[in-house]
Design a protein around this ligand. Structure first.
Ligand SMILES: Cc1cc2nc3c(=O)[nH]c(=O)nc-3n(C[C@H](O)[C@H](O)[C@H](O)COP(=O)(O)O)c2cc1C
Length: 343
């Protein structure tokens, strides 16, 4: 079997599920994944995902209308279950008859999955371990995304390599499973497909695509960054909870570490309550991603990026990214065939 036929078999399930030519998902990125990027990815044959983030419901509705006006290809909308406008967002995706809804940030309620599915849409959610995968599947979720700790943005604690063994190998025959985190080459994508993934999701590589609205200074910094610079914000002590976010190290990150140390000292000395200290921690990054994406503030903005940032060294169009990944997959399949000596 030639590589093209081999690949068609490998990602058939993902293609059928998403209704696309290439089951390559451009993961939702708050402030970045707008109608332009989403339409471009879907038009290029991949799967674009609009980021609901913390946006006003009116903005979300308008963006969905714009996507519908610019492409007939499938796309998804990512909703953050813990966002203040989540309930309104849910109404919007139902009203606008979005075909794919991706729940992120926490578990959706049973009735929310049922409600979305009742409109004919397919539902996807992130599984961070075996238990959450089982729970989501028993609640009727149609597909899963496994996102490793290498990924950009808000991350879980477990690497993709472990998640593959915990979840993918166990459930790959039950629902389509897409893998994310640290992926930026077709070579890697080929091995994930061989392991049973139905497709891949990437964020960072699309964040600096030509169609991304991110500021030129933001893109420049990402192109320069090494993998080891994309670090997850640490939590120094149980007394002060920090949700890990992977981003390129900058002044803002150092100041955040200093703030945590100062607050921990003050908690210990009884100068501040844990509740007030927690509030200070949560306040710190508010608006920081927008500052980086829109204003190009690479020093104090939040430069959310996966370790995959070290694999990306130029700005490509989304079409070029999809071609680059597909070509890389085919090359790797050829290499694998050469290892086993099959024609
Ligand atoms: C700048 C940025 C913003 C992100 N925002 C979101 C988001 O709003 N919702 C979400 O589910 N994932 C979000 N992610 C995660 C991506 O969708 C994707 O899963 C992740 O970037 C994959 O890892 P990679 O960057 O190594 O490819 C974000 C990632 C980045 C880099």
């Amino acid at each position: 079997m030639n590589e093209k036929k081999f690949l068609e078999k490998l990602w058939e399930k993902g293609k059928d599920f998403l209704g696309v030519e290439y089951p390559i998902i451009s993961g939702a990125m708050t402030w970045i994944s707008d109608h332009t990027l989403v339409s471009a990815v879907s038009e290029a044959g991949g799967f674009g995902v609009l980021a609901g983030g913390n946006s006003p419901a009116e903005w979300l509705a308008d963006e969905i209308d714009r996507i519908h006006a610019s492409t007939e290809k499938p796309f998804g909308v990512n909703l953050i279950v813990i966002a203040p406008n989540y309930k309104r967002h849910l109404e919007v995706v139902k009203e606008k008859k979005v075909n794919f809804v991706i729940f992120a940030g926490s578990f959706p309620k049973d009735k929310e999955i049922v409600g979305v599915k009742a409109t004919g849409a397919k539902t996807i959610a992130f599984a961070s371990n075996e238990g959450s995968a089982r729970r989501l599947m028993s609640r009727g979720i149609d597909a899963l995304i496994l996102e490793g700790n290498e990924a950009g943005g808000h991350v879980g604690y477990v690497s993709l390599v472990v998640l593959l063994q915990q979840v993918l190998f166990k459930f790959r025959n039950r629902v389509p499973i897409f893998t994310a985190g640290g992926i930026a080459t077709g070579q890697m994508a080929a091995h994930l497909l061989l392991a049973g993934a139905s497709g891949i999701q990437m964020g960072t590589i699309f964040a600096i695509s030509k169609e991304s609205r991110a500021h030129p200074e933001f893109k420049k910094r990402y192109i320069k960054a090494k993998a080891r610079e994309a670090v997850a914000t640490p939590q120094f002590h149980q007394a002060l909870r920090v949700v890990p976010v992977r981003a390129i190290r900058n002044k803002g990150m150092d100041e955040f570490a200093e703030l945590q140390m100062k607050l921990l000292k003050e908690i210990k000395e009884g100068k501040i309550s844990r509740i007030d200290a927690q509030y200070e921690v949560e306040k710190f990054w508010v608006g920081a991603l927008r500052k980086a994406v829109e204003e190009g503030d690479v020093d104090r903005g939040s430069l959310m990026a996966g370790q995959s940032v070290g694999l990306v060294d130029k700005e490509m169009s989304v079409k070029e990214i999809i071609e680059y990944i597909t070509k890389g997959i085919l090359g790797e399949l050829k290499y694998i065939k050469s290892l086993v000596g099959s024609d």
